[in-house]
Design a binder for this molecule. Structure first.
Ligand code: FES
Ligand SMILES: [Fe+2]
Length: 434
């Protein structure tokens, strides 16, 4: 439970807000690299409450500028993408990718007014099939985070994203809530083998252990850049099965894979569009092999973290990643399946998460009742508030501005009952691709 004031501090992300200032310290995913063609049409995006357009100049460099022209606020979504920068179609003003106004063809040639005009613009970089932007105040942005999924060859990674109609924090909190998978993504009867095989979450590696022991013992350990969340369940031969989630400030989570042969790894990046909507970035990767066609088919079928079934695209910000499953159509729930087989009748792991987190509405955390199973959520909020307040009040740089601190993996491991879990799992929580 939080006070109403803490709730507001954690959830509001616009310019000048506590959490908005913290997030602007980090590189932020904007669009997938393939969405921007060199010299092609700009795309509207909305990030941290700011309306922007992303584009790629004819030389292939990605750029991100404020959507509204500095002259009389016409949309640069309609702009001409020319060699030196976007040119507004209303009166022809042109802006370099760094936001400088470099031409005002409706002013007399002797005018130097253009030297006094700039448009908000943010540095961009392509990595891992994603265009990232730095929206912060530093003149030299930090290094891009060395996330393993962004470092492996393209064939070893699958990236998708979908729009969610709720505040970013409640969506992220689902990613640090190891207990919910036994219910929201689970089946009614753990002994029902056919239902277990058909489980939406099987392909996501959420596994069957979670069906058999629904109230795992949960521990949390601080790391320099975030948290490890360990969910411990009984395993054969006097061991424990530990499923370990990574949380990395401010908006990265990595759910644990299934223990075993050759599991895919998964990650989310939870990027606020504003206080009421977010883009849920979903990534699956493998450190050493290509993603197979069968795995990609599973991603598109919704039997994993990915949601790729979208409603008809619009040109509004992220208007091409709105899932067909919405509140208004009950997220396409199969109520008969919910009555007889599944804990929740909505098909697809990502759609299940979307349905419940959107159902929380404008989530008032002063009214919630947290239990022991919510320890991860409590600690994430604490880390975020501490980092944001230290930045604002003492100008202390937040954790994670060095690239190397993101070289981690989630993990699942069988350990002897007396083995310390963080020590015992340490080797498999380190990313080896760099
Ligand atoms: S509004 Fe853009 S040039 Fe006039
Ligand atoms: Fe979930």
């Amino acid at each position: 439970m939080l006070t109403a004031e803490e709730n507001a501090l954690l959830t509001r992300v616009g310019p000048g807000t506590l959490m908005g200032d913290l997030m602007r310290q980090y590189w932020i995913p904007v669009v997938q690299s393939t969405e921007l063609a060199a010299g092609g049409r700009p795309k509207r995006v909305r990030i941290l409450g700011e309306d922007l357009v992303a584009y790629r100049d004819p030389a292939g460099r990605a750029a991100l500028v404020s959507e509204l022209c500095a002259h009389r606020r016409a949309s640069l979504y309609f702009a001409r993408n020319e060699a030196s920068g976007l040119r507004c179609v209303y009166h022809g003003w042109q802006y370099a990718p760094d936001g400088r106004c470099i031409d005002q063809p409706n002013e007399r040639p002797e005018s130097n007014f253009q030297d006094k005009v700039t448009l908000p613009a943010y540095p961009c970089a392509d990595r891992g099939g994603v265009v990232w932007a730095y929206m912060g105040p530093a003149s030299a942005p930090p290094e891009l985070p060395d996330l393993e999924w962004a470092r492996v060859p393209d064939a070893q990674r699958f990236v998708s994203k979908f729009w969610q109609g709720c505040n970013w924090l409640q969506a992220l909190e689902g990613g640090v809530d190891p207990a919910h998978i036994s219910f929201l993504h689970g089946i009614l009867d753990a002994r029902d083998a056919a239902a277990r095989r058909a489980l939406d979450s099987a392909a996501a590696g959420f596994g069957f252990a979670a069906q058999l022991e629904r109230a795992p013992h949960i521990e949390v350990a601080d790391t320099p850049t975030g948290l490890l969340l360990g969910a411990r369940r009984e395993a054969p031969a006097g061991r424990y099965y530990w499923r370990i989630t990574q949380y990395l400030l401010p908006f990265h989570t990595m759910p644990p894979p299934e223990v075993g042969e050759d599991p895919l790894l998964h990650a989310h990046v939870w990027i606020p569009m504003d206080d009421d909507q977010l883009v849920n970035w979903c990534v699956s990767w493998h450190p050493t092999r290509a993603i197979t066609p069968d795995e990609i088919a599973e991603f598109h079928a919704g039997s994993s973290i990915h949601v790729t079934t979208y409603a008809a695209a619009t040109s509004e910000a992220y208007g091409d990643i709105r899932p067909t499953a919405t509140r208004a159509n009950d997220y396409l729930a199969d109520w008969e399946a919910q009555r007889t087989r599944k804990f929740f009748g909505v098909p697809g792991v990502g759609a299940q998460d979307k349905a419940v987190t959107e159902s929380q509405g404008a989530y008032d955390r002063s009214l919630e009742r947290l239990g022991r199973a919510d320890v991860g959520i409590i600690r994430v909020r604490k880390r975020l508030l501490e980092a944001a307040l230290a930045l604002r009040e003492r100008r202390i740089a937040p954790p994670g501005l060095d690239a190397a601190s993101y070289r981690v993996r989630p993990g699942s491991v069988l350990l002897a009952k007396d083995a310390p879990w963080v020590e015992g799992a340490r080797d498999r929580l380190i990313a080896t691709t760099s």
